[in-house]
Design a protein around this ligand. Structure first.
Ligand code: GLC
Length: 552
């Protein structure tokens, strides 16, 4: 039965709550801070560095997975949803981290990976040991193959990481994995799967976490006939506005699952939230995930992917605000995460470069200075927009992508599965620098680092930027403080200029202007300059690729 309803029927009053205004900082545990010197970040390392996040001025952290995992996809292949991988510490370290974060006024969101388990999960191991058609196999998507002896996969679906989305097991059946072979897709039509995940949610809610970032939230339900789909898969193109809806993404049935989860979360005190990672376009379709009885937020990837031009930015901002307003949800904003080229490098590529999934030595290299200049302007624009914003660890340092990683260091499964045609996402996952002159730039007590850090990390280290006027770190701190003081998250936003070269809007008592054009423009009149992403020119005008915040 399709219990789906239209937006008009569910649009409610605008939501209120901490999450509607929050700046949420993504910690990638492998690369944030290493307490024991093995080259792998860990939970005690995170706990020890929480002071940095409080000083930066964010409201919450979201941690990428730290569960037991063979790490076939950097932890997004979960073998046990109720424990911590020894790589990252123990369950008690998670409890300590949560308690210490709370003591500093930081909320904690954990990553939930419901689309697939690891092939090392006890359920999948049981499925392999059981016969075709058994209850153990029905927790996953097992099918007979096609052709003579069933030697061809059940359909033509491709894995997001490259290669076929099916792998054959010794008895001849095939199992579906939209991602790596080590990430078998669960069968969400099986009630046992639903019950199990409600219990996993309770496990973490009972430990005091404030919410879940839901991985691949648009993928759980597949079209029942598993119809062929000739298109290749790409992580950034789960579902595009101008194409038919793929049979594996954004099926209406997913919404029932999130309604049930929402009811569970609402039975807990303290405004626990669900955040959808759903690569779904257009914005109206994405807004269905944040109707009042479903999730609280969804990542705005259309914004992340928008070109650095005034018309493109204007279009995506207005479209995003309208779509989420129609369901009463806060709009979210994001420029970087662990799956995309860091925006300090992405914006240093020629404008309109197709979504880069990774940059390698032989690829056109970004212009680092231009990229950082635009990244700072983009961030200052983003942090003035009404709604909630996501930051990715290291962007507060202006950290670029590591674009010259040696191929033999690459660990992202995309690299191997694509037959070395896609570089993968390692370049944005390199351990971050804290101290310019320390081993591993202060990431840990030794030189060990699971991905090599480039020598340029010294100049980006936190201790080179803290207290230095004009540094990227101080720009972020200032912006976060002013954002809070002036209630920018609450809006509303009123456009003053939306031409081809300049965007300007009012938000509360602030005027925000970004100059995308080739010539400098005047600072908005009658005003006190509160923040600027780069120095004004010698005539006191706003140069190219600069954002200013001005008190009206
Ligand atoms: C999400 C994660 C990504 C992961 C994939 C499969 O897109 O952000 O890192 O590879 O899901 O779990």
């Amino acid at each position: 039965m399709n219990t789906d309803v239209t937006q008009q029927e569910t649009a409610g009053a605008p939501a209120t709550g901490w999450w509607t205004e929050a700046v949420i900082y993504q910690i990638y545990p492998r690369s944030f801070a290493d307490s024991d010197g093995d080259g792998m970040g860990d939970l005690p390392g995170i706990t020890a560095r929480l002071g940095h996040l409080a000083e930066l001025g964010v409201d919450a952290v979201w941690l990428s997975p730290f569960y037991p995992s063979p790490q076939a996809d950097a932890g997004y292949d979960v073998a046990d949803y109720r424990d911590v991988d020894p790589l990252f510490g123990r369950l008690a370290d998670a409890d300590t981290m949560i308690a210490e974060a709370k003591a500093r006024g930081l909320r904690v969101i954990v990553d939930l990976v419901p689309n697939h388990t690891s092939s090392a999960h006890r359920w999948f191991q049981a499925a392999l040991a059981a016969a075709p058609g058994s209850p153990e196999r029905q927790r996953y998507v097992f099918r007979a193959g096609q052709g003579a002896d069933g030697a061809e996969p059940p359909n033509d679906w491709q894995s997001v990481f490259g290669g076929p989305a099916w792998t054959r097991v010794p008895d001849g059946q095939w199992y579906l994995h939209l991602f790596d072979t080590g990430q078998p897709d669960l069968n969400w039509d099986n009630p046992e799967v639903r019950t199990e995940f409600l219990d996993v949610l309770r496990f973490w809610l009972d430990r005091g976490i404030d919410g879940f970032r839901v991985d691949v939230a648009h993928g759980l339900i597949k079209q029942a006939d598993l119809a062929n789909w000739r298109e290749p898969q790409e992580i950034l193109s789960g579902n595009e506005a101008d194409k038919p809806r793929p049979p594996m993404w954004d099926q209406d049935g997913v919404h029932e699952i999130y309604r049930e989860w929402r009811q569970l979360l609402d039975s807990y005190d303290g405004e626990r939230i669900l955040v959808a990672e759903a690569w779904v376009e257009p914005a109206e379709r994405l807004a269905r995930y944040v109707r009042p009885d479903e999730m609280h937020q969804a990542f705005n990837f259309e914004y992340l992917l928008a070109a650095w031009t005034a018309p493109a930015q204007y279009a995506v901002i207005t479209r995003s605000l309208e779509a989420t307003d129609s369901v009463g949800a806060p709009t979210t904003w994001v420029l970087s995460n662990h799956d995309v080229v860091r925006h300090a490098s992405r914006l240093g590529l020629p404008i309109g470069t197709p979504k880069p999934n990774g940059i390698g030595v032989g690829d056109p290299q970004p212009d680092a200075a231009l990229g950082l200049r635009r990244a700072r302007a983009a961030t200052l624009l983003m942090l003035a927009l009404p709604g909630s914003a996501y930051l990715y660890q290291g962007e507060e340092l202006g950290l670029p992508e590591h674009t010259t990683l040696p191929d033999e260091a690459r660990q992202d499964p995309t690299w191997a599965r694509s037959g070395h045609t896609e570089r993968g996402r390692d370049g944005c996952r390199v351990p971050i620098p804290w101290e310019a002159d320390a081993p591993s730039y202060g990431f840990g007590p030794t030189d060990a680092s699971w991905l090599p850090q480039p020598p340029s990390w010294a100049e980006y280290a936190l201790d080179r930027q803290r207290g230095v006027p004009g540094s990227t770190y101080e720009l972020y701190r200032t912006a976060l403080r002013l954002r809070r003081e002036h209630g920018l998250a609450r809006g509303p936003l009123k456009w003053l200029s939306s031409g081809d070269e300049v965007l300007a809007f009012r938000n509360g008592e602030l005027t925000v202007l970004t100059n995308f054009g080739p010539a400098s423009v005047p600072v908005p009149a009658g005003a006190e300059l509160l923040a600027t992403s780069a120095p004004l020119d010698k005539d006191g005008r706003v140069p190219t690729d600069v954002t200013v915040w001005v008190r009206a």
